[in-house]
Design a protein around this ligand. Structure first.
Ligand code: ATP
Ligand code: MG
Length: 442
Protein backbone atom coordinates (compact mmCIF):
# COMPACT_ATOMS: atom_id res chain seq x y z
CA UNK A 1 0.00 0.00 0.00
CA UNK A 2 1.35 3.44 -0.87
CA UNK A 3 2.16 5.89 1.89
CA UNK A 4 -0.72 8.04 0.73
CA UNK A 5 -3.22 5.21 0.69
CA UNK A 6 -2.07 4.04 4.08
CA UNK A 7 -2.60 7.51 5.41
CA UNK A 8 -6.10 7.68 3.95
CA UNK A 9 -7.00 4.49 5.76
CA UNK A 10 -5.50 5.84 8.96
CA UNK A 11 -7.63 8.96 8.69
CA UNK A 12 -10.76 6.99 8.02
CA UNK A 13 -10.14 4.65 10.91
CA UNK A 14 -8.34 6.59 13.57
CA UNK A 15 -8.24 3.67 15.94
CA UNK A 16 -6.08 4.18 18.94
CA UNK A 17 -3.83 1.57 20.34
CA UNK A 18 -3.97 1.88 24.12
CA UNK A 19 -1.01 0.47 25.96
CA UNK A 20 -1.75 -0.12 29.66
CA UNK A 21 0.69 0.83 32.40
CA UNK A 22 1.88 -2.76 32.78
CA UNK A 23 3.10 -2.82 29.17
CA UNK A 24 5.22 0.32 28.94
CA UNK A 25 8.14 1.71 30.88
CA UNK A 26 6.93 5.20 31.83
CA UNK A 27 6.69 5.60 35.57
CA UNK A 28 5.50 8.67 37.45
CA UNK A 29 8.81 8.79 39.25
CA UNK A 30 10.39 9.98 35.99
CA UNK A 31 7.89 12.76 35.43
CA UNK A 32 8.64 16.16 36.90
CA UNK A 33 6.64 16.89 40.04
CA UNK A 34 5.37 20.10 38.53
CA UNK A 35 4.13 18.38 35.42
CA UNK A 36 2.32 15.87 37.64
CA UNK A 37 0.75 18.73 39.62
CA UNK A 38 -0.57 20.26 36.42
CA UNK A 39 -1.87 16.94 35.11
CA UNK A 40 -3.63 16.14 38.37
CA UNK A 41 -5.13 19.55 38.93
CA UNK A 42 -6.63 19.54 35.44
CA UNK A 43 -7.99 16.05 35.98
CA UNK A 44 -9.41 16.92 39.39
CA UNK A 45 -11.18 19.87 37.82
CA UNK A 46 -12.93 17.45 35.52
CA UNK A 47 -10.78 17.86 32.42
CA UNK A 48 -8.80 15.32 30.44
CA UNK A 49 -5.07 15.76 30.71
CA UNK A 50 -2.14 14.07 29.04
CA UNK A 51 1.58 14.38 28.66
CA UNK A 52 2.40 14.63 24.99
CA UNK A 53 5.25 15.19 22.56
CA UNK A 54 8.92 15.08 23.40
CA UNK A 55 8.49 14.06 27.02
CA UNK A 56 6.52 10.90 26.26
CA UNK A 57 8.89 10.05 23.41
CA UNK A 58 11.98 10.56 25.55
CA UNK A 59 10.60 8.64 28.54
CA UNK A 60 9.77 5.69 26.31
CA UNK A 61 13.33 5.82 25.01
CA UNK A 62 14.72 5.92 28.53
CA UNK A 63 16.03 9.45 28.02
CA UNK A 64 15.58 12.41 30.28
CA UNK A 65 13.00 14.78 28.80
CA UNK A 66 14.03 18.38 28.20
CA UNK A 67 10.63 19.63 29.26
CA UNK A 68 7.08 18.41 29.79
CA UNK A 69 4.21 19.45 27.57
CA UNK A 70 0.64 18.88 28.68
CA UNK A 71 -2.43 18.76 26.50
CA UNK A 72 -6.00 19.03 27.71
CA UNK A 73 -9.58 19.60 26.66
CA UNK A 74 -9.73 22.65 28.95
CA UNK A 75 -9.70 25.92 27.01
CA UNK A 76 -6.72 28.23 27.51
CA UNK A 77 -8.82 30.59 29.64
CA UNK A 78 -9.97 27.69 31.82
CA UNK A 79 -6.40 26.54 32.30
CA UNK A 80 -5.40 30.07 33.13
CA UNK A 81 -8.05 30.20 35.86
CA UNK A 82 -6.89 26.94 37.44
CA UNK A 83 -3.31 28.11 37.91
CA UNK A 84 -2.45 31.40 39.55
CA UNK A 85 1.15 30.98 38.39
CA UNK A 86 0.19 30.89 34.71
CA UNK A 87 -0.14 33.15 31.73
CA UNK A 88 -1.64 33.01 28.28
CA UNK A 89 0.83 33.24 25.43
CA UNK A 90 0.99 32.95 21.66
CA UNK A 91 -1.06 34.17 18.77
CA UNK A 92 -0.46 31.69 16.00
CA UNK A 93 -0.88 29.17 18.72
CA UNK A 94 -2.57 30.15 21.99
CA UNK A 95 -1.45 28.24 25.02
CA UNK A 96 -0.76 28.59 28.72
CA UNK A 97 2.55 28.59 30.52
CA UNK A 98 2.41 27.42 34.11
CA UNK A 99 5.52 28.50 35.94
CA UNK A 100 7.19 26.86 38.93
CA UNK A 101 10.46 28.64 39.58
CA UNK A 102 12.64 27.88 36.56
CA UNK A 103 10.38 25.20 35.19
CA UNK A 104 7.62 26.04 32.76
CA UNK A 105 4.93 23.49 31.98
CA UNK A 106 3.35 24.26 28.64
CA UNK A 107 -0.35 23.48 28.53
CA UNK A 108 -2.13 23.48 25.20
CA UNK A 109 -5.69 22.71 24.28
CA UNK A 110 -6.52 19.91 21.83
CA UNK A 111 -6.48 21.31 18.33
CA UNK A 112 -7.97 20.07 15.13
CA UNK A 113 -5.71 19.46 12.14
CA UNK A 114 -5.97 22.24 9.61
CA UNK A 115 -7.95 20.26 7.04
CA UNK A 116 -10.72 19.97 9.61
CA UNK A 117 -10.33 23.60 10.53
CA UNK A 118 -10.07 24.91 6.98
CA UNK A 119 -12.39 27.76 6.23
CA UNK A 120 -13.68 28.00 9.76
CA UNK A 121 -12.08 31.31 10.52
CA UNK A 122 -9.85 30.50 13.45
CA UNK A 123 -7.71 27.91 11.70
CA UNK A 124 -6.12 29.68 8.82
CA UNK A 125 -4.28 28.44 5.76
CA UNK A 126 -2.45 30.52 3.13
CA UNK A 127 -0.85 28.78 0.12
CA UNK A 128 -1.22 25.51 1.98
CA UNK A 129 0.66 26.98 4.92
CA UNK A 130 -0.88 27.18 8.37
CA UNK A 131 -0.74 30.73 9.64
CA UNK A 132 -3.11 30.39 12.54
CA UNK A 133 -3.97 27.26 14.40
CA UNK A 134 -6.60 27.86 17.05
CA UNK A 135 -9.43 25.52 16.27
CA UNK A 136 -9.98 23.37 19.29
CA UNK A 137 -10.92 19.75 19.09
CA UNK A 138 -10.60 16.42 20.82
CA UNK A 139 -7.64 14.13 21.36
CA UNK A 140 -8.40 12.27 18.14
CA UNK A 141 -8.31 15.56 16.25
CA UNK A 142 -5.20 16.80 17.99
CA UNK A 143 -3.09 13.83 17.03
CA UNK A 144 -3.28 14.52 13.28
CA UNK A 145 -1.87 18.01 13.43
CA UNK A 146 1.33 16.85 15.13
CA UNK A 147 4.46 16.42 13.05
CA UNK A 148 6.11 13.07 13.71
CA UNK A 149 4.60 9.79 14.79
CA UNK A 150 7.10 9.60 17.65
CA UNK A 151 5.96 13.04 18.81
CA UNK A 152 2.28 12.14 18.85
CA UNK A 153 2.06 9.75 21.78
CA UNK A 154 -0.12 10.63 24.77
CA UNK A 155 0.38 9.58 28.37
CA UNK A 156 -2.97 9.56 30.14
CA UNK A 157 -2.87 10.63 33.79
CA UNK A 158 -6.27 8.98 34.31
CA UNK A 159 -4.97 5.42 34.01
CA UNK A 160 -1.25 5.87 33.15
CA UNK A 161 -1.73 4.32 29.73
CA UNK A 162 -0.04 5.44 26.51
CA UNK A 163 -2.29 6.24 23.56
CA UNK A 164 -0.97 5.77 20.04
CA UNK A 165 -3.04 6.62 16.96
CA UNK A 166 -0.23 6.83 14.43
CA UNK A 167 2.16 3.94 14.94
CA UNK A 168 4.54 6.05 17.00
CA UNK A 169 5.38 3.19 19.36
CA UNK A 170 6.39 0.99 16.45
CA UNK A 171 8.51 3.78 14.98
CA UNK A 172 10.24 4.29 18.31
CA UNK A 173 11.03 0.59 18.34
CA UNK A 174 12.24 0.71 14.75
CA UNK A 175 14.28 3.89 15.36
CA UNK A 176 12.46 5.72 12.64
CA UNK A 177 11.43 9.33 12.01
CA UNK A 178 8.16 9.44 10.13
CA UNK A 179 5.83 12.32 9.40
CA UNK A 180 2.18 11.76 10.15
CA UNK A 181 0.16 11.85 6.95
CA UNK A 182 1.27 12.68 3.44
CA UNK A 183 4.79 14.11 3.75
CA UNK A 184 4.65 16.75 0.98
CA UNK A 185 1.43 18.17 2.30
CA UNK A 186 2.81 18.30 5.81
CA UNK A 187 6.02 20.02 4.70
CA UNK A 188 4.12 22.56 2.64
CA UNK A 189 1.75 23.20 5.52
CA UNK A 190 4.69 24.11 7.74
CA UNK A 191 8.18 24.06 6.20
CA UNK A 192 9.81 24.19 9.65
CA UNK A 193 9.06 20.48 9.67
CA UNK A 194 11.87 20.00 7.14
CA UNK A 195 14.26 21.14 9.84
CA UNK A 196 12.50 19.30 12.64
CA UNK A 197 12.79 15.99 10.80
CA UNK A 198 16.55 16.46 10.55
CA UNK A 199 16.89 17.73 14.11
CA UNK A 200 15.08 14.76 15.64
CA UNK A 201 16.75 12.21 13.38
CA UNK A 202 20.13 13.39 14.65
CA UNK A 203 19.11 13.88 18.26
CA UNK A 204 17.50 10.45 18.56
CA UNK A 205 19.92 8.67 16.25
CA UNK A 206 16.94 7.54 14.15
CA UNK A 207 16.84 7.00 10.41
CA UNK A 208 14.42 8.98 8.31
CA UNK A 209 11.73 6.78 6.81
CA UNK A 210 12.02 6.90 2.98
CA UNK A 211 8.63 8.50 2.37
CA UNK A 212 9.49 11.27 4.83
CA UNK A 213 13.02 11.65 3.47
CA UNK A 214 12.06 11.64 -0.20
CA UNK A 215 10.77 15.19 -0.70
CA UNK A 216 13.13 17.04 1.68
CA UNK A 217 15.73 18.22 -0.81
CA UNK A 218 13.22 19.11 -3.46
CA UNK A 219 11.14 21.13 -1.00
CA UNK A 220 14.09 22.83 0.69
CA UNK A 221 13.22 26.13 -1.06
CA UNK A 222 10.17 26.31 1.18
CA UNK A 223 12.42 27.41 4.01
CA UNK A 224 12.40 30.82 2.36
CA UNK A 225 8.73 31.11 3.26
CA UNK A 226 9.28 30.83 6.96
CA UNK A 227 9.24 34.19 8.72
CA UNK A 228 12.91 35.01 9.50
CA UNK A 229 12.24 35.35 13.23
CA UNK A 230 10.77 31.86 13.48
CA UNK A 231 13.60 30.52 11.39
CA UNK A 232 16.10 31.98 13.80
CA UNK A 233 14.45 30.22 16.74
CA UNK A 234 14.73 26.99 14.85
CA UNK A 235 18.37 27.65 13.97
CA UNK A 236 19.14 28.04 17.66
CA UNK A 237 17.58 24.66 18.34
CA UNK A 238 19.58 23.11 15.51
CA UNK A 239 22.93 24.42 16.70
CA UNK A 240 22.44 24.54 20.46
CA UNK A 241 20.86 21.15 20.93
CA UNK A 242 24.09 19.32 21.66
CA UNK A 243 24.34 17.73 18.20
CA UNK A 244 25.39 20.73 16.14
CA UNK A 245 28.05 19.01 14.08
CA UNK A 246 25.98 16.07 12.92
CA UNK A 247 23.00 18.33 12.38
CA UNK A 248 25.09 20.62 10.20
CA UNK A 249 26.28 17.67 8.11
CA UNK A 250 22.76 16.40 7.65
CA UNK A 251 21.38 19.84 6.82
CA UNK A 252 23.99 20.12 4.10
CA UNK A 253 23.25 16.64 2.87
CA UNK A 254 19.64 17.60 2.22
CA UNK A 255 20.40 21.02 0.76
CA UNK A 256 18.75 22.76 3.73
CA UNK A 257 21.83 24.50 5.07
CA UNK A 258 22.16 26.61 1.92
CA UNK A 259 18.84 28.26 2.77
CA UNK A 260 19.83 29.00 6.33
CA UNK A 261 23.35 30.30 5.67
CA UNK A 262 23.68 30.95 1.94
CA UNK A 263 26.95 32.85 2.19
CA UNK A 264 28.54 30.10 4.25
CA UNK A 265 27.33 27.43 1.88
CA UNK A 266 28.94 29.31 -1.01
CA UNK A 267 32.35 29.34 0.68
CA UNK A 268 32.03 25.72 1.74
CA UNK A 269 31.28 24.67 -1.79
CA UNK A 270 34.41 26.49 -2.96
CA UNK A 271 36.84 25.28 -0.37
CA UNK A 272 35.73 21.84 0.69
CA UNK A 273 38.12 20.57 3.35
CA UNK A 274 40.15 23.78 3.66
CA UNK A 275 40.53 26.04 6.69
CA UNK A 276 37.06 27.51 6.65
CA UNK A 277 35.43 24.18 6.95
CA UNK A 278 37.72 23.36 9.82
CA UNK A 279 37.00 26.53 11.80
CA UNK A 280 33.31 25.93 11.50
CA UNK A 281 33.49 22.24 12.25
CA UNK A 282 35.61 22.87 15.28
CA UNK A 283 33.23 25.52 16.57
CA UNK A 284 30.31 23.13 16.26
CA UNK A 285 32.22 20.28 17.84
CA UNK A 286 33.29 22.56 20.71
CA UNK A 287 29.70 23.64 21.23
CA UNK A 288 28.61 20.00 21.43
CA UNK A 289 31.39 19.17 23.86
CA UNK A 290 30.55 22.13 26.08
CA UNK A 291 26.87 21.27 26.16
CA UNK A 292 27.73 17.68 27.02
CA UNK A 293 29.52 19.09 30.07
CA UNK A 294 26.59 21.36 30.89
CA UNK A 295 28.58 24.46 29.99
CA UNK A 296 26.85 27.33 28.22
CA UNK A 297 27.35 28.07 24.54
CA UNK A 298 26.88 31.59 23.19
CA UNK A 299 24.81 31.78 20.01
CA UNK A 300 26.87 34.79 18.94
CA UNK A 301 30.02 32.67 19.04
CA UNK A 302 28.54 30.07 16.73
CA UNK A 303 27.28 32.82 14.50
CA UNK A 304 30.77 34.34 14.37
CA UNK A 305 32.15 30.95 13.34
CA UNK A 306 29.43 30.29 10.78
CA UNK A 307 30.03 33.58 9.03
CA UNK A 308 33.77 33.85 9.58
CA UNK A 309 34.91 32.77 6.14
CA UNK A 310 32.42 34.88 4.17
CA UNK A 311 33.38 37.85 6.33
CA UNK A 312 37.09 37.22 5.90
CA UNK A 313 36.80 36.83 2.14
CA UNK A 314 35.07 40.17 1.87
CA UNK A 315 37.51 41.82 4.26
CA UNK A 316 40.36 40.56 2.10
CA UNK A 317 38.80 42.12 -0.96
CA UNK A 318 38.39 45.37 0.95
CA UNK A 319 42.04 45.29 1.97
CA UNK A 320 43.06 44.74 -1.62
CA UNK A 321 41.07 47.84 -2.49
CA UNK A 322 43.26 49.79 -0.10
CA UNK A 323 41.13 49.99 3.04
CA UNK A 324 42.67 49.92 6.51
CA UNK A 325 42.33 46.56 8.23
CA UNK A 326 39.71 47.65 10.75
CA UNK A 327 37.70 49.40 8.05
CA UNK A 328 37.95 46.35 5.86
CA UNK A 329 36.55 44.19 8.65
CA UNK A 330 33.85 46.67 9.69
CA UNK A 331 32.59 46.98 6.17
CA UNK A 332 32.73 43.25 5.51
CA UNK A 333 30.86 42.61 8.78
CA UNK A 334 28.10 45.02 7.77
CA UNK A 335 27.60 43.34 4.44
CA UNK A 336 27.76 39.77 5.68
CA UNK A 337 25.40 40.40 8.58
CA UNK A 338 22.84 42.30 6.56
CA UNK A 339 22.79 39.53 3.95
CA UNK A 340 22.41 36.94 6.68
CA UNK A 341 19.52 38.58 8.47
CA UNK A 342 17.58 38.64 5.23
CA UNK A 343 17.15 34.87 5.60
CA UNK A 344 17.45 34.36 9.35
CA UNK A 345 16.44 37.18 11.66
CA UNK A 346 19.37 37.05 14.03
CA UNK A 347 18.63 39.58 16.77
CA UNK A 348 20.96 42.52 17.06
CA UNK A 349 22.30 41.49 20.44
CA UNK A 350 23.86 38.44 18.77
CA UNK A 351 25.12 40.10 15.60
CA UNK A 352 26.75 42.87 17.65
CA UNK A 353 28.79 40.39 19.64
CA UNK A 354 29.79 38.40 16.56
CA UNK A 355 30.97 41.64 15.00
CA UNK A 356 33.01 42.52 18.09
CA UNK A 357 34.62 39.09 18.09
CA UNK A 358 35.71 39.66 14.48
CA UNK A 359 36.87 43.21 15.12
CA UNK A 360 39.09 42.09 17.96
CA UNK A 361 40.91 39.45 15.91
CA UNK A 362 43.52 41.75 14.34
CA UNK A 363 44.03 43.48 17.67
CA UNK A 364 44.88 40.10 19.15
CA UNK A 365 47.17 38.99 16.34
CA UNK A 366 49.15 42.17 15.74
CA UNK A 367 52.02 41.78 18.17
CA UNK A 368 53.24 45.36 18.00
CA UNK A 369 49.95 46.79 19.17
CA UNK A 370 49.14 44.36 21.92
CA UNK A 371 48.05 46.08 25.07
CA UNK A 372 47.24 43.25 27.40
CA UNK A 373 45.71 45.36 30.16
CA UNK A 374 43.24 47.17 27.98
CA UNK A 375 42.25 44.22 25.89
CA UNK A 376 42.03 41.84 28.83
CA UNK A 377 39.51 44.08 30.52
CA UNK A 378 37.41 44.36 27.37
CA UNK A 379 34.13 42.54 28.12
CA UNK A 380 34.42 40.77 24.78
CA UNK A 381 37.98 39.60 25.35
CA UNK A 382 37.10 36.11 26.47
CA UNK A 383 34.99 35.33 23.40
CA UNK A 384 37.49 36.93 21.04
CA UNK A 385 40.29 34.95 22.64
CA UNK A 386 38.30 31.71 22.42
CA UNK A 387 37.74 32.51 18.78
CA UNK A 388 41.45 33.01 18.28
CA UNK A 389 42.10 29.61 19.87
CA UNK A 390 39.59 28.12 17.50
CA UNK A 391 41.36 29.63 14.51
CA UNK A 392 44.70 28.37 15.79
CA UNK A 393 43.31 24.88 16.32
CA UNK A 394 41.88 24.96 12.83
CA UNK A 395 45.33 25.60 11.40
CA UNK A 396 45.16 29.33 10.70
CA UNK A 397 48.45 31.08 11.17
CA UNK A 398 47.64 32.52 14.59
CA UNK A 399 49.00 29.89 16.95
CA UNK A 400 51.73 32.11 18.31
CA UNK A 401 49.36 34.95 19.10
CA UNK A 402 47.00 32.50 20.78
CA UNK A 403 49.79 31.22 22.99
CA UNK A 404 50.84 34.75 23.79
CA UNK A 405 47.39 35.62 25.04
CA UNK A 406 47.11 32.46 27.03
CA UNK A 407 50.21 33.54 28.89
CA UNK A 408 49.19 37.15 29.22
CA UNK A 409 46.03 36.05 30.99
CA UNK A 410 47.79 33.71 33.36
CA UNK A 411 50.19 36.47 34.23
CA UNK A 412 47.67 39.16 34.99
CA UNK A 413 45.22 36.88 36.74
CA UNK A 414 47.80 35.56 39.14
CA UNK A 415 48.18 37.44 42.43
CA UNK A 416 51.36 35.61 43.38
CA UNK A 417 54.32 36.08 41.09
CA UNK A 418 54.62 33.24 38.63
CA UNK A 419 57.55 30.91 38.46
CA UNK A 420 60.09 32.19 35.96
CA UNK A 421 59.14 31.12 32.49
CA UNK A 422 62.21 29.02 31.94
CA UNK A 423 64.83 29.43 29.28
CA UNK A 424 62.42 30.12 26.46
CA UNK A 425 62.73 33.72 25.38
CA UNK A 426 59.64 35.63 24.43
CA UNK A 427 59.37 38.76 22.43
CA UNK A 428 59.36 42.13 24.10
CA UNK A 429 56.14 42.68 25.98
CA UNK A 430 54.72 45.46 28.00
CA UNK A 431 54.63 44.97 31.74
CA UNK A 432 51.43 45.91 33.40
CA UNK A 433 52.44 45.06 36.93
CA UNK A 434 54.52 46.61 39.61
CA UNK A 435 58.17 46.78 38.72
CA UNK A 436 60.02 44.03 40.52
CA UNK A 437 57.15 41.48 40.33
CA UNK A 438 58.00 38.63 38.02
CA UNK A 439 54.85 39.28 36.17
CA UNK A 440 56.02 39.11 32.64
CA UNK A 441 56.04 35.42 32.15
CA UNK A 442 54.58 36.35 28.83
P1 ATP B 1 12.09 18.76 22.32
O1 ATP B 1 12.73 17.63 23.01
O2 ATP B 1 12.98 19.44 21.34
O3 ATP B 1 11.33 19.72 23.22
P2 ATP B 1 9.44 18.17 21.37
O4 ATP B 1 8.95 17.00 20.59
O5 ATP B 1 8.84 18.39 22.72
O6 ATP B 1 11.00 18.04 21.41
P3 ATP B 1 8.56 20.81 20.75
O7 ATP B 1 9.09 21.73 19.73
O8 ATP B 1 8.69 21.14 22.19
O9 ATP B 1 9.22 19.42 20.44
O10 ATP B 1 7.02 20.57 20.40
C1 ATP B 1 6.13 19.83 21.22
C2 ATP B 1 5.21 18.98 20.37
O11 ATP B 1 4.39 19.83 19.55
C3 ATP B 1 5.91 18.08 19.38
O12 ATP B 1 6.28 16.87 19.98
C4 ATP B 1 4.88 17.90 18.30
O13 ATP B 1 3.92 16.95 18.68
C5 ATP B 1 4.22 19.27 18.26
N1 ATP B 1 4.84 20.16 17.29
C6 ATP B 1 5.80 21.07 17.50
N2 ATP B 1 6.14 21.74 16.39
C7 ATP B 1 5.35 21.26 15.41
C8 ATP B 1 5.19 21.54 14.03
N3 ATP B 1 5.96 22.46 13.43
N4 ATP B 1 4.26 20.82 13.35
C9 ATP B 1 3.49 19.89 13.97
N5 ATP B 1 3.61 19.58 15.26
C10 ATP B 1 4.51 20.25 15.99
MG1 MG C 1 9.25 20.03 24.07
Amino acid sequence: MSEEARHEVAILRPQARIVPRSEHNISRAQISENALKVLYRLRNAGFQSFLVGGSVRDLLLGREPKDFDVVTNALPEQVRELFRNSRLIGRRFRLVHVRYGDEIIEVSTFRAAHHVADGEGEGHVVDGRIVRDNVYGRLDDDVWRRDLTVNALYYNIEDFSVIDYVGGLQDIKAGQIRLIGEPRTRYIEDPVRLLRVVRFAVKLGFRIEPGTEGPIEELSDLLEKIPPARLFEEVLKLFLGGYALQTFEMLRHYGLFAHLFPQTEATLAEEEGGFPHTVLIRALQDADNRLAENKPVAPSFILAALLWTPMQNLARENLARGLEEHEAIDLASDVVISRQIASTAVPRRFTCIAREIWQMQPRLTRAAKRQPGRLLSNPRFRSAYDFLLLRAAAGEDVAEAAEWWTRAQNTTEQTEPLQPAGPRKRRRTRRRRKPGGQSSKS
